[in-house]
Design a protein around this ligand. Structure first.
Ligand code: AHR
Length: 331
């Protein structure tokens, strides 16, 4: 059985290397206690947030394709952006006695009970993409995903640089991600911290657009009516920014000129809008977490130590850089 497990781990390492997807990690936590099915095949229960954005669609594809390539049997569940659906899915994975559970938590709070149930059943849990705020860090083996605070900071740093020679006030509106989610909380905090250095930056309005294009459009329409003289839109993802572009154009304004737009993700549609001059700057958030997830899953199931935190390496894009990157963009 051990030889089979080692082969799986090796396959995962190769798959990770093949994607060229970099990451940095923090030191390992304690020993993991996993098990493998008698046929040597790992079964993973995966609870996805939903299909709210281009990013999420690319993330689902990455997880499904990587599971197939790595020989992992995937039980996939779409929570349609509802925490109760994720909790139900995790309970069902526990009942089915899967080898490992992975999930991307829609919000940060409220997971301790169900994670304890998985722990009592000796099923290791991996957080992917988003964090939970549980004080008990033994409830999960590792957390693979982006540094969302850093993403917010990068967005703020671009803005500070862009307006460095201006003394006039800069009116910003913010489209937040799903309320209570790690990316919404952290991207807001990182951005706010950086722009706080100069009082000319003012967040005139800030509301959730739930990471969707439709809600981004709807909320931007309301901002345009309620907030005079908007200089900048900061949207926590591309999809909300793309919805907002429709609202801005509908109001007879020119996105990228009358209102500068900063977004996060760098999915193809966002990159196209950036190359077209409608978006001014994008901070990348990579959805291609599948190969690393399979690699980590094999290790925790084999009882190997894994880093407590694996941070995805990401970049940023200007309009010129988007034109160069678009032809080979994978998602
Ligand atoms: O958790 C990652 C975020 O979730 C992405 O930035 C957003 O597009 C998605 O819906």
């Amino acid at each position: 059985m051990f030889r089979k497990v080692s082969a799986f781990v090796l396959a995962g390492v190769i798959a990770t290397a093949m994607t060229g997807c970099g990451s940095t990690s923090t030191p390992a936590t304690g020993t993991d206690s996993g098990k493998v099915a008698d046929d040597g095949k790992i079964t993973m229960g995966f609870s996805q947030v939903g299909a709210e954005s281009g990013w999420r669609t690319a993330n689902t594809k990455s997880v499904q394709e990587s599971a197939k390539a790595a020989g992992v049997e995937l039980k996939f569940s779409d929570a349609q952006q509802k925490q109760e659906n994720q909790i139900k899915a995790i309970r069902s994975f526990v009942q089915q006695k899967v080898d490992v559970i992975a999930f991307s938590p829609v919000v940060e709070s409220g997971w301790d009970t169900v994670l304890k149930e998985a722990q009592n059943a000796k099923i290791p849990v991996i957080l992917t993409d988003r964090a939970v705020d549980s004080a008990d860090k033994t409830l999960y083996k590792t957390f693979l995903g982006s540094d969302f605070v850093e993403e917010g900071k990068k967005a703020g740093q671009w803005l500070v640089e862009e307006y460095k020679d201006s003394k006039d006030p800069v009116n910003i509106v913010e489209l937040q991600g799903t309320t209570g989610s790690a990316p919404a909380n952290d991207r807001k905090a990182g951005f706010a911290e950086v722009i706080a250095a100069d009082p000319k930056f003012k967040i005139a309005a800030s509301q959730t657009g739930d990471f969707t294009r439709a809600k981004g459009k709807e909320v931007m329409e309301a901002f345009l009516k309620s907030t005079p003289d908007i200089d900048v839109l900061y949207a926590h993802n591309d999809d909300m920014g793309l919805g907002a572009i429709e609202a801005i154009e509908g109001a007879g304004k020119v996105p990228g000129k009358d209102i500068k737009i900063i977004t996060i993700d760098a999915v193809k549609d966002g990159m196209q809008a950036l190359a077209d001059g409608k978006i001014s700057y994008i901070v990348e958030c990579s959805p291609l977490l599948g190969p690393q997830l399979m690699d980590l899953a094999k290790k925790v199931v084999a009882g190997e130590q894994v880093p407590a935190r694996v941070v995805t390496e990401e970049t940023t894009f200007t309009q010129e850089q988007a034109k160069e990157a678009l032809p080979t963009r994978q998602y």
